[in-house]
Ligand binder design. Structure first.
Ligand code: ATP
Length: 284
């Protein structure tokens, strides 16, 4: 059950940078949104659309050029950024957890328990005295995610967390996020892989720094359900298609089936939903 008070609110948030020849680069341009407890929000958009800048604004790293950012008192926000090396402070796994957990948790036993749970969760099976420089890029990313999880934040912001991960670790990330969201953490997941967005509750799309979509996944991928025309009509392109983004394989397949007169108003997002809808269609 979601708390109605937003954890973070942005009101007309702007981040503008000075560019060449006196121009202004609008990295984030008038974005207004709310983030609630226990929701999983995907943020999508083309390269340079402002996703990482928005993440930095939500975390509180990047000051606003205009607009407002409100948070609830003592909100704990943790971010895992794209470059894992940029976030590592310690020489060893143990040190890395210690730097984050010692200001938050007094008991050493509790710190160790959180560290072991988090390493187990992300599947990083290395002893705590391991030197971080020995880890691969993907393993460092998993370490940053584990440290963020161990701090039990109210809001967890993941900027392309799976970019360096193998398929097994990617799948594990989805399970981890489902579990922390169930415990009430709000997760903001920035991704170029729209397959990863299909488990989230809501999708935000950016274009040239502006928020051009904030809402349900089904309307984003299939168009608005209350329109009279079919979502496969050229004139009724979905927001995803209008933005030129690559929809998940399941959505592409479902759209092809719809063009063959199958699936009616079904809007499957995951393969298992597509199989269910297609079977229903065949049996009828
Ligand atoms: N510190 C900065 N100084 C100047 N311009 C910046 C700065 N940070 C970002 N920008 C510009 O702001 C725009 C948005 O960048 P941002 O990294 O937020 O996009 P993105 O959607 O995350 O891109 P990608 O998908 O490629 O990671 C880009 O045009 C970028 O060049």
């Amino acid at each position: 059950m979601q708390d109605v008070t937003p954890l973070i609110t942005l009101e007309h948030a702007r981040v503008h940078y000075a560019a060449e020849a006196g121009q202004v680069r609008k990295a984030v341009d008038g974005v207004s949104l709310n983030v609630h407890s226990g929701e999983w929000v995907s943020v999508v958009g083309a390269n340079g659309s402002g996703k990482s800048t928005l993440a930095a604004v939500l975390i509180g790293f990047t000051p606003l050029s205009g607009g407002k950012r409100h948070t609830t008192p003592e909100l704990a926000v943790r971010g895992v950024l794209q470059q894992p090396d940029a976030q590592v402070l310690g020489d060893t796994i143990e040190e890395e957890f210690h730097f984050t957990l010692s200001p938050l948790v007094d008991s050493i036993e509790e710190q160790i328990r959180r560290r072991e749970d988090a390493l187990h969760m992300v599947g990083l099976n290395y002893p705590p005295e391991t030197t971080i420089s020995r880890l691969s890029g993907g393993q460092k990313q998993l370490l940053n995610i584990a440290v963020a999880l161990a701090s039990k934040p109210d809001v967890l912001i993941l900027d392309e967390p799976t970019a360096m991960l193998d398929p097994g670790a990617r799948e594990r990330m989805e399970t981890i996020v489902q579990s922390v969201v169930r415990q009430g953490t709000a997760v903001i997941w920035i991704t170029h892989h729209l397959e990863e967005a299909t488990l989230s509750d809501r999708i935000i799309a950016l274009e040239k720094g502006r928020c051009v979509y904030d809402g349900a996944l089904s309307s984003f991928f299939y168009g608005s359900p209350d329109k009279d025309s079919s979502p496969t009509d050229a004139e009724t392109q979905s927001p995803c298609e209008q933005l030129g983004l690559d929809p998940p394989f399941t959505v592409k397949t479902a759209l092809l089936l719809k063009r063959q007169g199958m699936l009616n108003h079904a809007t499957p997002l995951r393969p298992e939903q597509l199989v269910k809808e297609a079977s229903r269609c065949i049996l009828n």
